[in-house]
Design a binder for this molecule. Structure first.
Ligand code: PMT
Length: 403
């Protein structure tokens, strides 16, 4: 998402300035081009050389420094950026921006830009709670500034309270949000992800290899685009993505119940979960002993969740996945029709880099009118973006169910 994006990072003079080094590294790792402005006080906490080394570029500290090539740094940086991030942002910089003060390179550049600006406050808890600081934050929010909530925890001054710089993954997620189109703004979306587990006895179960990556990528991108996300997830080993509501389930029947309880308020339903079609007819109360040469299991059908909501979908958009090992398009088209979906996303587990576990997928999006869009191998985050692009193009025409 941040590949090729141009980020100007402003660092101000608080103890959390050292964390800007980690943020710079993470931005570079994500493929962003980073230019850094440090205030005079920031240079007391961390050296420009550290940031220069990590960003691979000169660090700007002085409005009146002799230029390497002729430009007006504050205007050139304001134009260069796709987005600005101020991390950490002290009470002082927040106050200056809120008051229209431009007395150094960072404040003049911020004043000169019309690009999105993310402010990440970090300071002592009492300073943060100060009504003047709070008023300034409110003022910035009223204008075009995005303000992250400071994290709660132990502060450098050894007290526990609000005022810590949000963690690096949280800041990266906010930057991605800032740079994403708000195409799902105000829409409620329900996403299922991961495998289900169907217990045989207290220690064994039938499952599949779904990692949850595809469904979590959809939840993450939908949230970035402004949707209100409910995620219903089977058991996975992943860190949960940002979502408004998360329901953890284990079996197909639990997922069925959770979907039925939550789908009505959703405008969009995407079923990326790999749901077990069958479960053991009986779950043994105690661990099954190996006292026979062979063992037969009786399986019975699980509810087909997507078919059930397909029959009662009203104006909702329903997208499912088809996980195939042969006849990809024919099988996917049949599922699309039988399960009354608006879209089906077909992925072939036999293709390298597609389906279970991988960070990539190779998907074909088919809509109910038979239009087929075959996409090349891409990350699951990019695939999620492509799926949500298609869905938002129809939902906006259709007049969606809003919050
Ligand atoms: O989680 P990852 O490791 O990232 O892997 C991603 C994935 C391969 C699991 C994902 O891309 C995918 O293909 N998910 C759907 C898997 C699946 O169950 O496909 P299916 O063809 O068996 O089912 C078709 C659709 O019906 C699916 O949307 C499924 O969620 C739904 N279904 C299936 C059975 C059932 N009882 N109820 C359902 O709602």
């Amino acid at each position: 998402m941040l590949k090729g994006k141009k980020i100007v990072l402003g660092i101000t003079g608080g103890i959390a300035a050292y964390k800007a080094a980690e943020l710079t590294r993470a931005l570079i790792k994500e493929g962003a081009q980073v230019k850094i402005i440090m205030t005079k006080c920031a240079c007391e906490f961390i050296t420009p050389l550290t940031l220069q080394t990590l960003s691979g570029d000169l660090v700007y500290t002085d409005t009146f420094a002799p230029a390497v090539k002729w430009d007006m740094a504050h205007i050139a940086l304001a134009d260069f950026a796709d987005a600005f991030v101020i991390a950490p942002a002290t009470g002082n910089i927040i106050g200056k921006i809120a008051s229209g003060i431009a007395d150094d390179l960072l404040t003049t550049t911020i004043m000169a830009t019309d690009k999105p600006v993310l402010v990440c406050p970090a300071m002592n808890d009492k300073m943060l709670a100060n009504p003047i600081v709070q008023e300034n934050i409110k003022k910035l929010k009223k204008h075009r500034y995005q303000i992250m909530d400071s994290a709660y925890g132990e502060l450098a001054c050894k007290v526990t309270g609000a005022g810590r710089l949000p963690d690096t993954p949280g800041i990266l997620e906010e930057i991605c949000k800032l740079l994403s189109p708000a195409t799902l703004d105000g829409l409620k979306i329900l996403i299922t992800a991961g495998p289900t587990e169907e217990p045989l006895d207290p220690v064994r179960f039938i499952t599949n290899s779904s990692s949850g990556k595809m469904g979590y990528a959809l939840a993450r991108v939908a949230k970035r685009r402004g949707a209100q996300v409910t995620l219903i997830t089977g058991p996975t080993a992943l860190t949960l993505p940002p979502a408004d509501k998360i329901i953890r389930v284990r079996t197909a029947r639990e997922m069925h119940r959770a979907v039925l309880d939550n789908y009505k308020m959703a405008a969009i339903i995407i079923k990326a979960a790999a749901v077990a079609d069958y479960r053991p007819a009986v779950m043994a109360k105690e661990k099954i002993k190996k006292n026979k040469e062979s063992l037969s299991l009786m399986l019975e059908r699980n509810p087909d969740i997507i078919s059930e909501i397909g029959r009662n979908k009203g104006r909702r958009i329903i997208a499912g996945f088809a996980m195939e090992t042969e006849n990809l398009l024919a099988n996917a088209k049949e599922k699309l029709k039988n399960k009354k979906m608006d879209f089906i996303i077909a992925n072939n587990l036999r293709e390298e880099g597609a389906g279970f576990q991988a960070d990539t997928n190779i998907i074909t999006i088919i809509d109910k009118n038979g239009q087929v869009q075959k996409l090349p191998k891409m990350t699951k985050i990019e695939a999620a973006g492509a799926i949500l692009d298609r869905i938002s193009s129809v939902i906006n025409k259709k007049g969606a169910i809003k919050k």
